[in-house]
Design a protein around this ligand. Sequence first.
Ligand SMILES: [Zn+2]
Length: 251
Amino acid sequence: MTNSIILRIVFVSGAIGASLLAEQKGWGLLHFLIWPMWTEVIVAIVVMDLVVYSQHILFHKMPVLWRLHKVHHSDMEFDVTTAVRFHPVEIVISMLIKIGTIMVVGVSPSAVLIFEILLNATAMFNHSNVRIPLQLDRLLRWMVVTPDMHRVHHSVITEETNSNFGFNLPWWDGAFGTYLSQPCLGHEHMTIGLEQFRDPARLSWLGLLSLPYKAEPVIQRPIHDPHPNIESLSEENQFKMAVETKEEVLT
Ligand SMILES: [Zn+2]
């Protein structure tokens, strides 16, 4: 709610407004090309998704941006509410990047609308705590980021947090070498969140708003080795481990 209100106050008309303005003024590369509408929409969605993926990496690599993005990762549960738990400053920066992309690319209002609906729907889907059979999950991963794929990104283990940055289309992680198929401890045994933030009292509404501006709490007792040798687990082993863990829980 906080983020929706702030976005309304800061940007008023948001991404669609920026797109209407770009269309009116003839700004953006796509306005110089005569392409069928559907081609333009597909190109715009793919480009905007690549920007969201790159921006997500930037929020992990730049210490000042990571301070903001930690709010999203501080959730100790992984469910649909995680999809909307972002610091308002990160939301404002994301909107500025989105508006910049729309202006440069010349994304049409209908493409922006389709992308926004898609991104919101897939973000809610891939942060959800839905149990999807592994074989079906493998198939779905060709087209969309699945909850199992994105859950790896919310692990306390640094190497896993720094993987699977995709939010919508699953191809970027594979293409740029940031893909990790399964968490090394399996989905049922992995720990979600950040090792420094395990106290729910610090993760209140006010606690989250002030989190980026405070010094990080010292880790008292590590939950487990934060840098296990993930490389030593082959993809097949990681897959098997995830299957075993799921079967264990089902029986
Ligand atoms: Zn992240």
